[in-house]
Design a protein around this ligand. Structure first.
Ligand SMILES: Cc1cc2nc3c(=O)[nH]c(=O)nc-3n(C[C@H](O)[C@H](O)[C@H](O)COP(=O)(O)OP(=O)(O)OC[C@H]3O[C@@H](n4cnc5c(N)ncnc54)[C@H](O)[C@@H]3O)c2cc1C
Length: 416
Protein backbone atom coordinates (compact mmCIF):
# COMPACT_ATOMS: atom_id res chain seq x y z
CA UNK A 1 0.00 0.00 0.00
CA UNK A 2 1.35 3.45 -0.77
CA UNK A 3 -0.82 6.16 0.68
CA UNK A 4 -0.79 9.44 -1.21
CA UNK A 5 0.69 12.34 0.65
CA UNK A 6 -1.06 15.66 0.39
CA UNK A 7 -4.80 16.24 0.51
CA UNK A 8 -6.88 16.76 3.60
CA UNK A 9 -6.42 13.93 6.08
CA UNK A 10 -8.81 12.00 8.20
CA UNK A 11 -7.88 13.31 11.64
CA UNK A 12 -8.30 11.08 14.69
CA UNK A 13 -8.23 12.89 18.02
CA UNK A 14 -7.14 10.52 20.77
CA UNK A 15 -4.35 7.98 20.40
CA UNK A 16 -5.96 5.39 22.66
CA UNK A 17 -7.87 2.20 22.03
CA UNK A 18 -10.64 3.57 19.81
CA UNK A 19 -8.30 5.95 17.95
CA UNK A 20 -5.68 3.27 17.31
CA UNK A 21 -8.29 0.80 16.09
CA UNK A 22 -9.81 3.42 13.82
CA UNK A 23 -6.42 4.16 12.22
CA UNK A 24 -5.73 0.45 11.73
CA UNK A 25 -9.18 -0.10 10.20
CA UNK A 26 -8.83 2.79 7.76
CA UNK A 27 -5.73 1.14 6.35
CA UNK A 28 -7.19 -2.40 6.52
CA UNK A 29 -10.17 -1.23 4.51
CA UNK A 30 -7.85 0.21 1.87
CA UNK A 31 -8.03 3.94 2.59
CA UNK A 32 -4.98 5.45 0.88
CA UNK A 33 -5.31 9.10 1.91
CA UNK A 34 -3.58 10.78 4.84
CA UNK A 35 -4.39 9.66 8.37
CA UNK A 36 -3.29 11.86 11.28
CA UNK A 37 -3.56 10.41 14.79
CA UNK A 38 -3.22 13.01 17.56
CA UNK A 39 -2.74 11.89 21.16
CA UNK A 40 -2.11 13.63 24.45
CA UNK A 41 -0.20 10.71 25.93
CA UNK A 42 3.28 9.50 24.97
CA UNK A 43 3.56 5.99 23.59
CA UNK A 44 1.54 4.06 21.10
CA UNK A 45 -2.15 3.15 21.26
CA UNK A 46 -2.77 0.38 23.75
CA UNK A 47 -5.43 -1.19 25.94
CA UNK A 48 -5.59 -0.08 29.58
CA UNK A 49 -6.86 -3.28 31.31
CA UNK A 50 -3.41 -4.41 32.55
CA UNK A 51 -2.91 -1.06 34.33
CA UNK A 52 -5.12 -2.20 37.20
CA UNK A 53 -4.03 -5.83 36.99
CA UNK A 54 -0.97 -7.56 35.53
CA UNK A 55 1.09 -4.44 34.71
CA UNK A 56 0.35 -2.93 38.13
CA UNK A 57 1.59 -6.15 39.69
CA UNK A 58 4.68 -6.17 37.40
CA UNK A 59 3.61 -9.49 35.89
CA UNK A 60 3.36 -8.27 32.31
CA UNK A 61 4.54 -5.38 30.16
CA UNK A 62 2.21 -3.63 27.73
CA UNK A 63 3.46 -5.11 24.43
CA UNK A 64 0.64 -7.62 24.22
CA UNK A 65 -1.87 -4.79 24.62
CA UNK A 66 -0.69 -2.61 21.75
CA UNK A 67 -3.39 -2.05 19.14
CA UNK A 68 -0.67 -2.49 16.51
CA UNK A 69 3.08 -3.04 16.96
CA UNK A 70 5.12 0.15 17.46
CA UNK A 71 6.50 0.18 13.90
CA UNK A 72 3.12 -0.45 12.21
CA UNK A 73 2.12 3.23 12.10
CA UNK A 74 5.17 4.45 10.17
CA UNK A 75 5.00 1.43 7.86
CA UNK A 76 1.40 2.30 7.06
CA UNK A 77 1.92 6.05 6.75
CA UNK A 78 -0.19 6.92 9.76
CA UNK A 79 1.12 10.29 10.95
CA UNK A 80 1.25 10.24 14.74
CA UNK A 81 1.46 13.40 16.84
CA UNK A 82 2.14 12.34 20.42
CA UNK A 83 1.98 14.47 23.56
CA UNK A 84 -0.19 16.81 21.52
CA UNK A 85 -3.61 17.98 22.60
CA UNK A 86 -6.35 19.27 20.37
CA UNK A 87 -7.59 22.47 21.99
CA UNK A 88 -10.38 23.23 19.51
CA UNK A 89 -12.32 21.52 16.77
CA UNK A 90 -14.06 23.78 14.25
CA UNK A 91 -16.66 21.72 12.39
CA UNK A 92 -17.64 24.65 10.13
CA UNK A 93 -14.07 25.32 8.98
CA UNK A 94 -13.21 21.59 9.10
CA UNK A 95 -10.07 22.13 11.12
CA UNK A 96 -8.52 21.30 14.48
CA UNK A 97 -6.16 23.45 16.52
CA UNK A 98 -3.41 21.86 18.59
CA UNK A 99 -1.87 23.17 21.80
CA UNK A 100 1.27 23.92 19.77
CA UNK A 101 -0.79 26.33 17.64
CA UNK A 102 -0.64 24.01 14.63
CA UNK A 103 -3.89 23.89 12.64
CA UNK A 104 -4.86 20.91 10.55
CA UNK A 105 -7.67 20.92 8.04
CA UNK A 106 -9.54 17.65 7.87
CA UNK A 107 -11.89 15.92 5.50
CA UNK A 108 -13.36 13.95 8.40
CA UNK A 109 -12.56 13.94 12.10
CA UNK A 110 -13.01 11.22 14.70
CA UNK A 111 -13.39 12.21 18.35
CA UNK A 112 -11.82 9.32 20.28
CA UNK A 113 -10.76 11.22 23.38
CA UNK A 114 -11.97 8.75 26.00
CA UNK A 115 -12.70 9.85 29.54
CA UNK A 116 -10.98 11.71 32.33
CA UNK A 117 -11.04 10.65 35.94
CA UNK A 118 -13.56 12.34 38.18
CA UNK A 119 -11.76 14.18 40.93
CA UNK A 120 -12.66 13.98 44.59
CA UNK A 121 -13.17 17.64 45.50
CA UNK A 122 -12.35 17.50 49.23
CA UNK A 123 -9.83 19.30 51.44
CA UNK A 124 -6.37 17.79 51.08
CA UNK A 125 -7.11 16.21 47.69
CA UNK A 126 -3.90 17.68 46.24
CA UNK A 127 -1.59 16.09 48.83
CA UNK A 128 1.24 13.95 47.47
CA UNK A 129 0.39 10.28 47.91
CA UNK A 130 -3.12 10.54 46.43
CA UNK A 131 -3.39 8.84 43.07
CA UNK A 132 -5.78 8.24 40.25
CA UNK A 133 -5.45 5.67 37.51
CA UNK A 134 -5.85 6.00 33.79
CA UNK A 135 -2.43 6.44 32.22
CA UNK A 136 0.78 4.44 32.32
CA UNK A 137 2.46 7.30 34.23
CA UNK A 138 -0.26 7.18 36.89
CA UNK A 139 0.08 3.40 37.12
CA UNK A 140 3.86 3.67 37.48
CA UNK A 141 3.37 6.17 40.31
CA UNK A 142 1.07 3.71 42.13
CA UNK A 143 3.59 0.91 41.54
CA UNK A 144 6.25 2.96 43.29
CA UNK A 145 3.97 3.33 46.32
CA UNK A 146 2.89 -0.30 46.40
CA UNK A 147 5.52 -1.68 48.74
CA UNK A 148 4.54 -4.71 50.82
CA UNK A 149 3.55 -3.80 54.35
CA UNK A 150 2.33 -0.30 53.51
CA UNK A 151 -1.31 0.70 53.95
CA UNK A 152 -3.44 2.03 51.11
CA UNK A 153 -6.91 3.43 51.09
CA UNK A 154 -8.87 2.78 47.92
CA UNK A 155 -11.69 5.28 47.45
CA UNK A 156 -14.56 3.91 45.36
CA UNK A 157 -15.31 0.25 44.66
CA UNK A 158 -16.34 0.32 41.03
CA UNK A 159 -14.26 -1.79 38.65
CA UNK A 160 -11.07 0.26 38.94
CA UNK A 161 -11.28 0.40 42.74
CA UNK A 162 -12.01 -3.34 43.01
CA UNK A 163 -9.20 -4.33 40.67
CA UNK A 164 -6.68 -1.99 42.29
CA UNK A 165 -7.68 -3.20 45.77
CA UNK A 166 -7.12 -6.78 44.60
CA UNK A 167 -3.77 -6.06 42.93
CA UNK A 168 -2.42 -4.06 45.85
CA UNK A 169 -3.46 -6.85 48.22
CA UNK A 170 -1.68 -9.36 46.00
CA UNK A 171 1.43 -7.17 46.26
CA UNK A 172 1.31 -7.38 50.05
CA UNK A 173 -0.13 -3.91 50.62
CA UNK A 174 -2.74 -3.65 53.38
CA UNK A 175 -5.89 -2.22 51.80
CA UNK A 176 -8.87 -0.38 53.27
CA UNK A 177 -11.62 0.39 50.75
CA UNK A 178 -14.16 3.16 51.36
CA UNK A 179 -17.24 3.47 49.15
CA UNK A 180 -20.73 4.96 49.49
CA UNK A 181 -22.75 1.90 48.42
CA UNK A 182 -23.57 -1.05 50.66
CA UNK A 183 -21.52 -3.51 48.57
CA UNK A 184 -18.83 -3.14 45.88
CA UNK A 185 -20.08 -2.73 42.29
CA UNK A 186 -23.65 -2.38 43.55
CA UNK A 187 -24.78 0.04 40.85
CA UNK A 188 -23.64 -2.16 37.97
CA UNK A 189 -24.20 -5.65 39.33
CA UNK A 190 -26.76 -5.25 42.11
CA UNK A 191 -26.65 -6.17 45.77
CA UNK A 192 -26.47 -9.96 45.46
CA UNK A 193 -23.45 -10.17 43.16
CA UNK A 194 -21.86 -7.13 44.82
CA UNK A 195 -22.01 -8.97 48.14
CA UNK A 196 -20.19 -11.94 46.61
CA UNK A 197 -17.47 -9.61 45.28
CA UNK A 198 -17.27 -7.98 48.71
CA UNK A 199 -16.79 -11.43 50.25
CA UNK A 200 -13.91 -12.14 47.83
CA UNK A 201 -12.20 -8.95 48.99
CA UNK A 202 -12.76 -9.64 52.68
CA UNK A 203 -11.49 -13.20 52.27
CA UNK A 204 -8.27 -11.74 50.85
CA UNK A 205 -7.86 -9.35 53.77
CA UNK A 206 -9.29 -6.09 52.43
CA UNK A 207 -11.05 -4.02 55.06
CA UNK A 208 -14.30 -2.79 53.51
CA UNK A 209 -15.90 0.45 54.69
CA UNK A 210 -19.31 0.43 52.97
CA UNK A 211 -21.59 3.46 53.10
CA UNK A 212 -18.53 5.63 53.65
CA UNK A 213 -17.69 8.83 51.85
CA UNK A 214 -14.26 10.40 52.18
CA UNK A 215 -14.71 14.00 53.25
CA UNK A 216 -11.06 15.04 53.63
CA UNK A 217 -7.49 13.91 53.29
CA UNK A 218 -4.99 14.95 55.96
CA UNK A 219 -1.22 15.21 56.09
CA UNK A 220 1.53 17.76 56.46
CA UNK A 221 4.10 16.92 53.75
CA UNK A 222 2.07 14.14 52.15
CA UNK A 223 -1.02 12.02 52.77
CA UNK A 224 -1.27 10.60 56.28
CA UNK A 225 -4.97 9.83 56.71
CA UNK A 226 -8.37 9.90 55.06
CA UNK A 227 -11.39 11.13 57.00
CA UNK A 228 -14.86 9.70 56.39
CA UNK A 229 -18.10 11.71 56.52
CA UNK A 230 -18.94 10.19 59.89
CA UNK A 231 -15.61 11.37 61.27
CA UNK A 232 -13.58 8.16 61.18
CA UNK A 233 -9.90 8.81 60.52
CA UNK A 234 -8.18 6.09 58.48
CA UNK A 235 -4.37 6.39 58.70
CA UNK A 236 -2.75 5.38 55.41
CA UNK A 237 0.47 5.67 53.40
CA UNK A 238 -1.18 6.37 50.07
CA UNK A 239 -4.57 6.48 48.38
CA UNK A 240 -6.00 5.48 45.02
CA UNK A 241 -9.19 7.29 44.06
CA UNK A 242 -11.40 5.49 41.54
CA UNK A 243 -14.74 7.27 41.49
CA UNK A 244 -15.55 7.07 37.81
CA UNK A 245 -14.86 9.04 34.68
CA UNK A 246 -16.41 11.82 32.66
CA UNK A 247 -16.31 11.93 28.89
CA UNK A 248 -13.32 14.02 27.80
CA UNK A 249 -15.06 16.07 25.12
CA UNK A 250 -12.83 18.54 23.26
CA UNK A 251 -13.87 22.15 22.78
CA UNK A 252 -15.95 22.70 19.66
CA UNK A 253 -15.98 26.08 17.91
CA UNK A 254 -19.56 25.51 16.75
CA UNK A 255 -22.41 23.35 17.93
CA UNK A 256 -21.99 19.61 18.15
CA UNK A 257 -24.82 17.98 20.11
CA UNK A 258 -23.69 16.65 23.47
CA UNK A 259 -25.27 14.94 26.41
CA UNK A 260 -23.08 12.82 28.64
CA UNK A 261 -20.52 12.76 25.81
CA UNK A 262 -20.74 13.40 22.11
CA UNK A 263 -24.11 12.25 20.75
CA UNK A 264 -23.71 9.98 17.74
CA UNK A 265 -26.09 7.90 15.64
CA UNK A 266 -25.80 4.22 14.75
CA UNK A 267 -23.09 5.08 12.23
CA UNK A 268 -21.02 6.93 14.86
CA UNK A 269 -21.88 10.28 13.21
CA UNK A 270 -22.15 13.39 15.39
CA UNK A 271 -24.61 16.20 14.65
CA UNK A 272 -22.06 18.21 12.62
CA UNK A 273 -21.03 17.13 9.13
CA UNK A 274 -17.94 14.91 8.94
CA UNK A 275 -17.58 14.66 12.72
CA UNK A 276 -17.63 11.14 14.21
CA UNK A 277 -17.06 9.82 17.73
CA UNK A 278 -16.18 6.44 19.23
CA UNK A 279 -15.20 4.83 22.51
CA UNK A 280 -15.72 6.11 26.05
CA UNK A 281 -16.53 9.63 24.83
CA UNK A 282 -19.36 8.60 22.48
CA UNK A 283 -22.96 8.48 23.62
CA UNK A 284 -24.27 6.28 20.84
CA UNK A 285 -27.64 5.19 19.58
CA UNK A 286 -27.73 1.42 19.81
CA UNK A 287 -30.41 -0.68 18.09
CA UNK A 288 -30.93 -2.81 21.22
CA UNK A 289 -29.96 -0.59 24.15
CA UNK A 290 -31.06 2.82 22.87
CA UNK A 291 -28.82 5.72 23.89
CA UNK A 292 -25.84 4.49 25.77
CA UNK A 293 -22.30 5.53 26.61
CA UNK A 294 -20.08 2.59 27.42
CA UNK A 295 -16.73 2.67 29.18
CA UNK A 296 -15.29 -0.71 28.28
CA UNK A 297 -12.47 -2.18 26.25
CA UNK A 298 -14.58 -4.21 23.79
CA UNK A 299 -16.58 -1.12 22.91
CA UNK A 300 -13.47 1.06 22.47
CA UNK A 301 -11.99 -1.48 20.11
CA UNK A 302 -15.11 -2.30 18.10
CA UNK A 303 -16.59 1.17 17.94
CA UNK A 304 -13.25 2.62 16.80
CA UNK A 305 -13.35 0.12 13.93
CA UNK A 306 -17.03 0.82 13.20
CA UNK A 307 -16.47 4.58 13.09
CA UNK A 308 -13.59 4.15 10.65
CA UNK A 309 -15.79 2.09 8.36
CA UNK A 310 -18.56 4.69 8.59
CA UNK A 311 -16.06 7.41 7.64
CA UNK A 312 -15.28 5.38 4.53
CA UNK A 313 -18.94 5.21 3.56
CA UNK A 314 -19.95 1.80 4.90
CA UNK A 315 -23.53 1.83 6.13
CA UNK A 316 -23.81 -1.02 8.63
CA UNK A 317 -24.96 0.22 12.03
CA UNK A 318 -22.82 -0.31 15.09
CA UNK A 319 -24.81 -2.99 16.90
CA UNK A 320 -22.26 -4.82 19.03
CA UNK A 321 -23.92 -6.44 22.05
CA UNK A 322 -21.78 -4.81 24.70
CA UNK A 323 -19.62 -6.92 26.95
CA UNK A 324 -16.80 -6.52 29.40
CA UNK A 325 -14.75 -8.46 31.91
CA UNK A 326 -13.02 -7.86 35.20
CA UNK A 327 -10.29 -9.86 36.97
CA UNK A 328 -9.97 -9.70 40.74
CA UNK A 329 -7.64 -12.12 42.57
CA UNK A 330 -8.21 -15.41 40.75
CA UNK A 331 -11.84 -14.57 40.06
CA UNK A 332 -13.10 -13.80 36.59
CA UNK A 333 -16.21 -11.78 35.89
CA UNK A 334 -17.82 -11.56 32.46
CA UNK A 335 -20.77 -9.36 31.59
CA UNK A 336 -22.86 -9.07 28.43
CA UNK A 337 -25.58 -6.55 27.60
CA UNK A 338 -26.27 -3.29 29.32
CA UNK A 339 -28.66 -2.19 32.02
CA UNK A 340 -28.91 0.15 34.95
CA UNK A 341 -32.48 -0.79 35.73
CA UNK A 342 -33.97 -4.25 36.25
CA UNK A 343 -36.94 -5.62 38.18
CA UNK A 344 -35.96 -9.28 38.27
CA UNK A 345 -32.63 -10.92 38.94
CA UNK A 346 -32.41 -14.66 38.26
CA UNK A 347 -29.51 -16.83 39.34
CA UNK A 348 -28.22 -20.01 37.74
CA UNK A 349 -25.64 -21.55 40.03
CA UNK A 350 -24.90 -20.51 43.57
CA UNK A 351 -24.32 -17.17 45.27
CA UNK A 352 -22.90 -19.09 48.21
CA UNK A 353 -20.21 -20.79 46.11
CA UNK A 354 -19.62 -17.60 44.12
CA UNK A 355 -19.98 -19.46 40.80
CA UNK A 356 -22.98 -18.32 38.88
CA UNK A 357 -24.63 -16.66 35.97
CA UNK A 358 -27.00 -13.87 36.93
CA UNK A 359 -29.66 -12.60 34.52
CA UNK A 360 -31.02 -9.04 34.65
CA UNK A 361 -34.58 -8.72 33.35
CA UNK A 362 -36.93 -5.79 33.02
CA UNK A 363 -40.60 -6.63 32.49
CA UNK A 364 -39.44 -10.05 31.35
CA UNK A 365 -36.97 -8.72 28.77
CA UNK A 366 -33.44 -9.99 29.22
CA UNK A 367 -31.17 -6.97 29.36
CA UNK A 368 -27.86 -8.30 30.60
CA UNK A 369 -26.13 -11.21 32.27
CA UNK A 370 -23.13 -11.57 34.52
CA UNK A 371 -20.94 -14.65 34.79
CA UNK A 372 -18.92 -15.06 37.93
CA UNK A 373 -16.25 -17.76 37.65
CA UNK A 374 -18.60 -19.40 35.21
CA UNK A 375 -19.91 -19.03 31.68
CA UNK A 376 -16.70 -18.41 29.70
CA UNK A 377 -15.50 -15.43 27.71
CA UNK A 378 -18.15 -14.66 25.07
CA UNK A 379 -15.52 -13.04 22.81
CA UNK A 380 -13.12 -15.98 22.87
CA UNK A 381 -15.55 -18.87 23.17
CA UNK A 382 -18.53 -18.45 20.92
CA UNK A 383 -20.13 -21.67 22.23
CA UNK A 384 -19.96 -20.55 25.84
CA UNK A 385 -22.88 -19.88 28.17
CA UNK A 386 -22.03 -16.17 28.17
CA UNK A 387 -22.11 -16.16 24.36
CA UNK A 388 -25.62 -17.67 24.63
CA UNK A 389 -26.51 -14.83 27.00
CA UNK A 390 -25.27 -12.26 24.47
CA UNK A 391 -27.46 -13.93 21.84
CA UNK A 392 -30.48 -13.79 24.18
CA UNK A 393 -29.90 -10.09 24.84
CA UNK A 394 -29.40 -9.36 21.14
CA UNK A 395 -32.61 -11.14 20.14
CA UNK A 396 -34.54 -9.27 22.85
CA UNK A 397 -35.55 -12.57 24.38
CA UNK A 398 -38.05 -12.95 27.21
CA UNK A 399 -36.95 -16.30 28.65
CA UNK A 400 -38.94 -17.51 31.64
CA UNK A 401 -37.01 -16.97 34.88
CA UNK A 402 -37.62 -20.58 35.90
CA UNK A 403 -35.86 -21.87 32.80
CA UNK A 404 -32.96 -19.47 33.19
CA UNK A 405 -32.39 -20.74 36.72
CA UNK A 406 -32.79 -24.41 35.81
CA UNK A 407 -29.40 -26.05 35.18
CA UNK A 408 -31.11 -28.78 33.13
CA UNK A 409 -32.15 -26.23 30.50
CA UNK A 410 -29.32 -25.45 28.06
CA UNK A 411 -29.02 -21.68 27.64
CA UNK A 412 -28.40 -22.18 23.93
CA UNK A 413 -31.76 -23.96 23.64
CA UNK A 414 -33.41 -20.72 24.79
CA UNK A 415 -31.38 -18.69 22.30
CA UNK A 416 -32.59 -20.36 19.09
C1 LIG B 1 -6.95 1.06 34.69
C2 LIG B 1 -8.03 0.67 33.72
C3 LIG B 1 -8.38 -0.67 33.60
C4 LIG B 1 -9.40 -1.05 32.73
N1 LIG B 1 -9.74 -2.37 32.66
C5 LIG B 1 -10.75 -2.75 31.85
C6 LIG B 1 -11.17 -4.12 31.79
O1 LIG B 1 -10.63 -4.98 32.48
N2 LIG B 1 -12.18 -4.45 30.97
C7 LIG B 1 -12.81 -3.51 30.19
O2 LIG B 1 -13.75 -3.87 29.46
N3 LIG B 1 -12.44 -2.20 30.21
C8 LIG B 1 -11.42 -1.82 31.03
N4 LIG B 1 -11.05 -0.48 31.08
C9 LIG B 1 -11.76 0.50 30.22
C10 LIG B 1 -11.10 0.64 28.86
O3 LIG B 1 -9.73 0.74 28.99
C11 LIG B 1 -11.66 1.90 28.17
O4 LIG B 1 -13.03 1.69 27.96
C12 LIG B 1 -10.96 2.17 26.84
O5 LIG B 1 -9.64 2.55 27.06
C13 LIG B 1 -11.69 3.26 26.06
O6 LIG B 1 -10.98 3.55 24.90
P1 LIG B 1 -10.97 5.03 24.29
O7 LIG B 1 -10.12 4.98 23.08
O8 LIG B 1 -12.36 5.53 24.21
O9 LIG B 1 -10.25 5.91 25.40
P2 LIG B 1 -8.70 5.91 25.78
O10 LIG B 1 -8.10 4.57 25.57
O11 LIG B 1 -8.62 6.50 27.14
O12 LIG B 1 -8.04 6.91 24.74
C14 LIG B 1 -8.36 8.27 24.68
C15 LIG B 1 -7.08 9.04 24.39
O13 LIG B 1 -7.42 10.36 23.98
C16 LIG B 1 -6.50 11.26 24.56
N5 LIG B 1 -7.08 12.61 24.53
C17 LIG B 1 -8.11 13.11 25.28
N6 LIG B 1 -8.38 14.38 24.93
C18 LIG B 1 -7.51 14.70 23.95
C19 LIG B 1 -7.28 15.88 23.19
N7 LIG B 1 -8.05 16.96 23.36
N8 LIG B 1 -6.29 15.88 22.29
C20 LIG B 1 -5.54 14.77 22.08
N9 LIG B 1 -5.70 13.62 22.77
C21 LIG B 1 -6.68 13.59 23.69
C22 LIG B 1 -6.30 10.69 25.94
O14 LIG B 1 -5.13 11.23 26.52
C23 LIG B 1 -6.20 9.20 25.60
O15 LIG B 1 -4.87 8.85 25.28
C24 LIG B 1 -10.05 -0.08 31.95
C25 LIG B 1 -9.69 1.28 32.07
C26 LIG B 1 -8.69 1.65 32.95
C27 LIG B 1 -8.33 3.10 33.10
Amino acid sequence: MSPRNGGKPIVIIGGGLAGGNAAATLRNEGFRGRVVLIGREPGIPFGRPPLSKTYLRSEEDLDGWYVRPADWYAKHDVERLVESSVVAVDPAAHNVVLDSGLQIEYQKVLIATGGRNRRLEVPGAELPGIHQLRTVAECDAIKREAVAGRHAIVVGMGFIGCEVAASLTQLGVRVTAAFPESVPLERVLGEEVGAVIGAFHRANGVELLPESRINAFEGTERLEAAVTANGDRVPCDFAVVGIGIEPDVPTFASTVAQENGVLVDELCRASAADVYAAGDVANHLHPVFGRVRVEHFNNGEKMGRAAARSMLGFTSPYDYIHSFWSDQYDHKLEYVGHTTNWDEFVIRGSLKDGRLIGFYLLEGLMQAAVGLDRGGDPELDTDSEMAACARLVGMRARPPGGQLADERVELWSLAQ
